[in-house]
Design a binder for this molecule. Sequence first.
Ligand code: HEM
Length: 170
Amino acid sequence: LLYQRKKMTSGEAPLHDLIKPLGWLLGTWRSEEGFGHYPTIKDFKYGEELQFFQVGQPNIQFSFYAWHADTKKPMHREIGFIRIKPGTNQVALIGAQNTGLAEVEEGHVEGQEMKTETQTLARLSFGTPPAIRKISRIFKRNGDVLEQVLSMETENTPMTTHLKISYQKV
Ligand code: HEM
């Protein structure tokens, strides 16, 4: 089983034609130097590891695991899938977050850049305020560096950057 999982996550299955435009995301990406900001909170640093892998299906599976820069304690966690509308550069990111948020984002991939924003969002009836209204993300690859900028809108704050981070390929 371990062998099979290793095989599945190391991208040895042939890449499905439909997701070739997203091939540049595949692999493990890590940063100790994430920067967090929002008008309503104190700026913070964090670390994060991203994994994008595929098993031969027309989707990419991902996990995003963040930790506290000093204590290394696990923080934000998210898992999901990315799909492409066949024959187009239109993408969908389907994600579930440890905070109780589930989301479909849509957008486009152009070269080694993918931009998405919330289409539909589901949250807990007992979630902690403020409620999120919209998330937007940009992933961009430059050689062995992957950058992410994430912005969000809450019930109290208009669309503002929350996270900026550059990952190195592991
Ligand atoms: C605060 C959402 C990712 C760390 C917040 C807040 C929201 C939020 C709504 C509260 C803002 C306010 O009070 O006005 C999200 C969403 C994320 C995300 C939707 C991903 C899609 C992350 C990641 C980290 C992080 C990856 C990395 C560790 C924090 C921290 C705070 C915060 C430290 C401040 C908490 C506090 O002061 O109580 N986030 N976040 N977030 N977020 Fe995120």
